[in-house]
Design a protein around this ligand. Structure first.
Ligand SMILES: [Zn+2]
Length: 353
């Protein structure tokens, strides 16, 4: 199992250690499952992980790192491996159909057919349903699917339940900046929700909050955009043939476009997470749990003292609306609409009271 020990980009923590231990044991005992879902905040690192795991499965030494099979798979070039990737910012049914064709052919040599789906959260509903059928009834007993995802919350739960799920911890690529912005976002949402829940009349506040949230997301997006532009400038300064440069630039540009679209989706999904956690806290307090059990422990006395009149039934309705819009986020081209829907729902609850 040399390959798994050489993954220097993994943080040395309990979760990663236990994941590698379990996966290694599966390879050693030849008890490979037919579907895996790897989740984590970095698609490229998830991809490297998946390739190492795939090589370990098909290498006769369990992942020596040196044989032809290992070296080929690590580079993503091997006739038993198919990598599925979105063309734009959606994974469509055509890509899943190609995957099905590939998986229905028999494997070359003694190895298994392995299919890696990058950014599987980008599947639209049609593609996800098609994949689900394949996962439920795989064409070959020995075929293996490895789904990669930066955000499981927008995936079909029925797909997730078909997979063995492993979450991985990676360092943030661009330092702490993204983290800090999310903290600011959390603070705005926290203050905004408090004022909305306490004062029933001010439904213009929800509009205000929704605009502020979008403003923060746009600011974060601008940060990403400028770092991508720097990437384009850097290649501009290098020695390239004019034609090669043009081609490379257009590849990078479409990659950037996809990254930005995905960021928007992730950002809004994060907003949903924060609102849900907040609402769950209200229910938790109402059911008599202590401060220790809250997602946001500082809100304990606020919930206890200020909003005793909010009905649990109303909160559950809102949580349902959030989950409903999350699914919508999975295949919506305009994720801002999902966000608008949520704030409309918050508004609706306040008007009802
Ligand atoms: Zn090998």
């Amino acid at each position: 199992m040399r390959l798994f020990q050489e993954l220097e980009f993994l943080i040395d923590d309990n979760m990663n250690q236990s994941n590698t231990r379990l996966l290694s044991a599966m390879v050693e005992t030849d008890s490979i499952s037919h579907a895996y879902l790897f989740s984590g905040n970095n698609t490229d690192q998830l991809y490297k992980l998946a390739l190492s795991f795939a090589a370990s499965i098909n290498c006769t030494e369990g992942g020596c790192g040196n044989c032809e099979v290992c070296r080929g798979i690590i580079k993503g070039v091997n006739s038993n491996i198919l990598v599925v990737e979105s063309e734009g910012n959606i994974l469509r049914i055509e890509e899943i159909a190609a995957l099905q064709r590939f998986m229905s052919m028999s494997a070359y040599g003694p190895g298994r057919k392995i299919c890696i789906i990058r950014e599987s959260e980008l599947m639209n509903r049609e593609a996800a349903n098609r994949l689900l059928k394949t996962l439920e009834d795989p064409p070959d007993e020995r075929s293996v699917f490895i789904l990669l995802s930066e955000d499981m919350s927008v995936m079909l739960p029925t797909i997730i339940s078909r997979c063995l799920v492993y979450s991985w911890n990676f360092e943030f690529e661009d330092g702490r900046s993204k983290q800090t912005e999310f903290k600011i976002l959390e603070k705005y949402l926290d203050e905004g929700l408090k004022s909305i829940l306490v004062d029933k009349k001010i439904n213009h506040d929800t509009l205000d909050l929704s605009l502020k949230v979008l403003e923060i997301l746009r600011k974060m997006e601008a940060g990403i955009r400028s770092s991508l532009e720097m990437e384009l400038e850097r290649i501009d300064n290098r020695d390239y043939e004019k034609n090669d440069l043009k081609k490379y630039q257009s590849i990078l540009k479409s990659k950037h476009k996809r990254k930005l679209a995905k960021f928007k989706k992730l950002g809004i999904s994060r907003v949903f997470d924060i609102i849900s956690a907040w609402l769950e806290d209200i229910i938790t307090v109402r059911l008599g749990a202590s401060q220790e059990n809250l997602n946001f422990k500082n809100n304990y006395s606020f919930i206890n003292n200020k909003i005793r009149n909010v009905k649990i039934k109303e909160i559950i309705k809102l949580l349902e609306a959030i989950e409903g819009n999350r699914a919508y986020l999975g295949y919506s081209i305009n994720p801002e609409l999902a966000l608008d829907n949520i704030f409309l729902n918050v508004d609706g609850l306040i008007l009802e009271r």
